[in-house]
Design a protein around this ligand. Sequence first.
Ligand SMILES: [Mg+2]
Length: 120
Amino acid sequence: MKLEEEAKAYMEQKYESLNFKSYQDMAAETAVYKHEHQVIYPALGLAAEAGEVANKVKKILRDGKFDRNAIADEVGDCLWYIAALCRDLNVDMKELAKNNLRKLHDRKSRGVIQGSGDNR
Ligand SMILES: [Mg+2]
């Protein structure tokens, strides 16, 4: 097996055991932006990628074509920026996910999952 193929196989093996922590760490390996642009760069990137998701969904209306893979690819780009933003904020993605689920389950148990407002 060529060295290049071995490296690819090694990475595929790492991807198979992915979790929030390892994703966040591996995403950080590809985060290339200036230190002074921390938080701002990934926040803007996340907004841009969310816009790309919306644009792909908009094309369902315009073209009548649902491109699941293209939408999923943009969602993945959002995930990368979320990981970068978490890193810059020194927030563990697993803790973020847990806290988010706690909040939503609490709202559901209190019957306020629908509606609006951050502090329900
Ligand atoms: Mg994108």
